[in-house]
Ligand binder design. Structure first.
Ligand code: ADP
Length: 306
């Protein structure tokens, strides 16, 4: 079985300001330090997967500008195949403005730029990379028709699809039927299912709803508490790891990248989720999206209790 992972998704440059708290609408506050870092859900997940030990091909669009060039250099540095990262002369690279509060909470606005032009034709060009992968990993920060084309391509080739349904939105059953594993957080699960996820019973109901709509495995991420796992014969929480949070940006992305690696390697579901929980926990101990994605050795050390 191939251990290759294809990631279809967004790449952004994140502009991060650390602040005592998130400003209210209409309010201006003085923040602290400014940092620029590579981000975007697709790119974060690609980097998360590569550092966790996966052989990753990333399918994306960046602008023909300095941010796009830097992003591609970063992917290469992590050993990611960038043959299908297109430099688009018609739109700037994606940018995200992020405020990180002292308690680790964040608030984000994204200007999609070139990400909004990632098309079904781009997916078609990358068909061989998707069809030869063990796992396709997608999110919702690129056009939905592109996500649909990617999941159909993977599903037709018998490739397992992990969909991280973020940012939150509703989805058709026509897309969900191609998804093997869905990984919403509590907010996303609520928007997708209409079920309030305020306790374990709510998580169980939302997960069961997603399985009834054709998804094989529903994993609802619960922040520090870990992940609710719902699959054939399994309905339980796989607990998270205790860490001191610094910045929760990209915890979900790092979780998904690591999950893709563990599933591509054929780890049993609970072990795969534990591996992903460990990666997610390590990511919240560092500032920034891609800078916070841990290496395989760090994940294994946490799993071993070191
Ligand atoms: P998102 O970042 O998409 O909102 P979550 O906050 O649920 O997603 O985080 C995804 C995963 O990352 C969780 O399931 C958990 O494994 C890990 N994680 C997130 N926050 C923490 C934390 N404070 N402590 C330990 N692990 C965390």
């Amino acid at each position: 079985m191939s251990h290759q992972i294809a990631v279809v998704g967004s790449s952004n440059t994140d502009m991060i300001i650390q602040s005592a708290r998130i400003p209210r609408p209409g309010e201006t506050i003085l923040g602290g330090e400014f940092t620029m870092a590579a981000g975007g859900k697709g790119a974060n997940q690609a980097v998360g997967a590569a550092r966790a030990g996966g052989q990753v091909t990333f399918i994306a669009r960046v602008g023909d500008d300095l941010f796009g060039k830097q992003a591609i250099e970063g992917f290469r540095g992590d050993g990611i195949n960038v043959d299908h990262v297109t430099r688009d002369t018609g739109a700037p690279s994606g940018v995200a403005l992020i405020v990180v509060a002292a308690d680790g909470e964040n608030s984000i606005v994204v200007a999609s730029g070139a990400n909004g032009r990632l098309s079904p034709a781009d997916v078609k060009k990358a068909r061989d990379a998707i069809a030869s992968a063990a796992v396709l990993l997608c999110q919702l920060e690129t056009p939905i028709e592109t996500v649909q084309a990617a999941v159909e391509t993977a599903s037709a080739a018998g490739v397992r699809v992990i969909l991280n349904p973020a940012p939150a939105r509703t989805l058709d059953d026509g897309l969900l039927k191609h998804v093997s594993v869905i990984t919403p957080n509590e907010t996303e699960a609520e928007l997708l299912t209409g079920v309030k996820v305020v306790d374990d019973a709510g998580a169980a109901r939302a997960a069961a709803h997603l399985r009834n709509r054709g998804v094989e495995i529903a994993l609802i991420t619960l922040g520090a508490r870990g992940t609710f796992v719902c699959a054939d014969g399994i309905s339980e929480i796989v607990p998270g790891f205790k860490v001191e949070p610094v910045d929760t940006t990209a915890a979900g992305d790092v979780f998904n990248g690591a999950l893709a690696v563990a599933l591509a390697e054929g780890k049993p579901l609970r072990d795969a989720v534990r591996f992903a929980n460990a990666a997610g926990a390590l990511s919240v101990t560092k500032l920034g999206a891609q800078p916070s994605a841990p290496k395989r050795a760090e994940i294994e050390a946490l799993l071993a209790g070191k």
